[in-house]
Ligand binder design. Structure first.
Ligand code: HEM
Length: 358
């Protein structure tokens, strides 16, 4: 049975699309997924894709329980086992032929597009009026936590809005205020934020928050929203991504690099660029609310080495390990001396991060 469920690629409109799924063909699957799918936010230009709320398999979606909801109570265990065996064989065959057939929903990619100047203006104004500066760092971090569950090897997770169901995880401490801020912006939005997917709204709000915290107009991060695109597809409303995918704050540089490479396909440079987001927040890299290259200057200064108790509190273990990672030292020196170069690279890296899994 489990293998049948894992193979489900059902969607809200058409039933399960996996060949051997035992609720293939529509009515039952449709009912099950309607129960579990996010409310459609239709009527906005960004919903150009043909998909509704798409179930991306058991790793992302709780299709197992959905299917359980619609199984006939009279279905015999033997029948299920026999169907399961058939399904397993078909799955093995499909997996051998094509990994995309194994993860059917991912065969279709999101249709991403840039925002118009009017839409950019709308998002900027909404976020400025709805999200106080004090909550902006939590929103930026929220965007990383929604996208950072991506695993390119299975093509699961990513920027799909599941972060709202992952707030009780240990790595999510402090993110509830980020979610509340995004929800406030959506509620206040006359146009874009209330009409795009939740996953889009998280990433757009984060980009607008980065702009809010970038006081220097010369830095590229003061216009990071311009680089953003919309069209991410939300996972079912109560789905969550697999646990254990976010990099640990206790990780050393090589472990961080492994996660960024294996899961995201990002090289060490991009990892260092993105880590510069820690310039804001309470870890002491700057004033906490100014999005600039202070992070790299503090990494070079290493105040925690031989410093007092207060100095020891600066930075996470993962940040400190970057400071000691010889391979990225030239890049840290470059960004410490050239905030403009970092801000340009950050915009590029943040857009890529925001589209993980899309
Ligand atoms: C490299 C791996 C990363 C690890 C291990 C990590 C871990 C953490 C942790 C544990 C905190 C909470 C610190 C505290 O107690 O105050 C934090 C804060 C933060 N992180 Fe990361 N992070 C990583 C990468 C990123 C990335 C890629 C971004 C965004 C692009 C980001 C954005 C933030 C922000 C903005 C904060 C401050 C949040 C606030 O003050 O509410 N982090 N990070």
């Amino acid at each position: 049975m489990t293998s049948v469920m894992r193979s489900c690629g059902g969607d809200a409109r058409g039933g399960c699309r996996f060949l051997s799924c035992d609720i293939l063909g529509g009515r039952k699957a449709s009912a099950a997924h309607r129960k579990r799918s996010p409310t459609s936010r239709s009527g906005f230009a960004v919903r150009t894709g043909t998909r509704g709320a798409v179930c991306r398999g058991a790793a992302q979606c709780d299709a197992a329980s959905s299917h359980g909801d619609v199984e006939s109570p009279t279905t015999s265990r033997r029948m299920l086992l026999s169907k399961s065996a058939t399904a397993s064989a078909a799955m093995a065959l499909l997996a051998a032929i094509s990994p995309q057939a194994f993860w059917p929903a991912l065969a279709e990619s999101s249709t991403l597009r840039s925002l118009t100047p009017e839409e950019l203006d709308d998002v900027r104004k909404t976020v400025k009026s709805a999200i106080p500066q004090a909550k902006a760092p939590a929103v930026i971090r929220l965007a990383f936590h929604d996208a950072g569950t991506y695993d390119r090897r299975t093509r699961t997770g990513g920027a799909n809005g599941t972060i709202r169901n992952e707030l009780e995880r240990p790595e999510s401490i402090g993110l509830k205020r980020g979610i509340k801020a995004v929800e406030a912006a959506i509620a206040k939005s006359p146009n874009v934020l209330s009409q795009v997917s939740f996953a889009d709204a998280v990433q757009l709000c984060a980009a607008a928050c980065i702009e809010l915290l970038t006081p220097d107009d010369a830095l590229a991060t003061s216009r990071v929203l311009d680089a953003m695109r919309v069209g991410r597809v939300d996972a079912p409303i109560d789905a969550s991504d697999p646990t254990g995918r976010m990099p640990s704050e206790k990780a050393g540089a090589t472990e961080l690099a492994r996660v960024f490479d294996e899961q995201y396909g990002f090289d060490e440079n991009r990892m260092v660029v993105l880590s510069g987001a820690h310039t804001v927040g309470a870890k002491g890299f700057g004033d906490g609310f100014t999005f600039d290259n202070a992070y790299y200057q503090v990494l070079l200064a290493k105040p925690w080495v031989g410093g007092d108790d207060m100095a020891q509190m600066i930075g996470l273990a993962s940040d400190k390990s970057l400071a000691d990672y010889a391979r990225v030292r030239p890049l840290i020196e470059k960004y410490a001396n050239d905030g403009l170069a970092w801000s340009r690279d950050f915009v590029d890296a943040f857009r890529a991060m925001s589209e993980l899994g899309c």
